[in-house]
Design a protein around this ligand. Structure first.
Ligand code: ATP
Ligand code: MG
Length: 251
């Protein structure tokens, strides 16, 4: 199998992008897939969620500037087959610095090209920041597919049409004509509320097969795990959240 680059994005904050990236990456590696997690968010939540310390100059930033090969930034994690390119503060300035460079939308694609060509990984999962700025646009230009985590809440649909409209824009602009929708994952599902069920029904009416059968339940364990620097399969491998991410990985 050739390396598949998946951008995990939603312009809305706090919808479960990072939780999904970390745990899907962990579950895919458990399924014997070779995975590289790229933390493209200056908040660096995915990096700390996997227990990595912040180290100056460890992010993809220099590679985006074309100064260092991205492969030099790859680090191991506690899990077999799961590597990471972490984030740290220097990525904060990247939005501005990169905007001034030539090929500013293709910086990430160019930086990842040798890693993709080497076919060392089955998946490269990119955790995007909660905006549609240069970093997220770079992720969409570099990705084969866009994976959208969506919180089960009232305003979900509005945000979703924005994201699917964005796919069309990225295609039409020529930045990435082949960009496909990997799927929509409903997160923080609460089976006890009508709202959660209504939102899922509504999203399925509009996007049908694009919605994963699995929904990620609202779970305290999932929100606790990052403070221990662990993916859920290490922190509490049998909890409903762990089971849901395993099932999503299989899908
Ligand atoms: P940002 O836009 O800031 O990057 P995000 O989209 O990456 O946020 P997360 O950081 O994954 O979202 O999640 C936001 C918060 O919700 C975190 O505190 C996280 O622990 C919590 N959370 C995520 N998924 C769940 C869940 N299924 N159940 C309970 N809490 C969750
Ligand atoms: Mg995040």
């Amino acid at each position: 199998m050739k390396t598949r680059v998946v951008a995990i994005a939603n312009q809305k904050g706090g919808v479960g992008k990072t939780t999904t990236t970390v745990n899907l990456a962990a579950c895919l590696s458990e399924c014997r897939k070779r995975v590289l997690l790229l933390d493209l968010d200056p908040q660096a939540n995915a990096s700390s969620g996997l227990g990595l310390e912040r180290v100056d100059g460890s992010s993809i930033y220099e590679a985006l500037l074309g100064e260092t090969p991205a492969a030099d930034k790859i680090r191991r994690t506690v899990l077999d087959r799961l590597d990471i390119i972490p984030s740290e503060m220097d990525l904060c300035g990247a939005e501005i610095d990169i905007a001034r460079l030539d090929r500013h939308l293709f910086r990430l694609r160019d930086a990842l090209a040798p890693i993709v060509a080497a076919d060392t990984y089955d998946y490269i999962l990119i955790d995007c920041p909660p905006s549609l700025g240069i970093l997220t646009m770079n992720a969409l230009a570099a990705a084969h597919t866009l994976f959208i985590p969506m919180q089960c809440e009232y305003y979900a649909l509005e945000g979703l049409s924005l994201m699917t409209g964005l796919i069309q824009k990225v295609r039409d602009s020529g930045a990435n004509p082949g960009l496909a929708l990997e799927g929509i994952l409903m997160t923080m599902f609460d089976a006890r509320t009508n709202l959660s069920q209504q939102v899922v029904r509504e999203v399925k009416t509009h996007f049908a097969d694009a919605v994963f059968d699995t929904a990620i339940p609202r779970s305290v364990r999932l929100s606790e795990a990052p403070s221990f620097g662990q993916p859920i399969i290490l922190y509490d491998g049998q909890c409903p959240g762990a089971k849901a991410y395993r099932q999503t990985a299989r899908e």
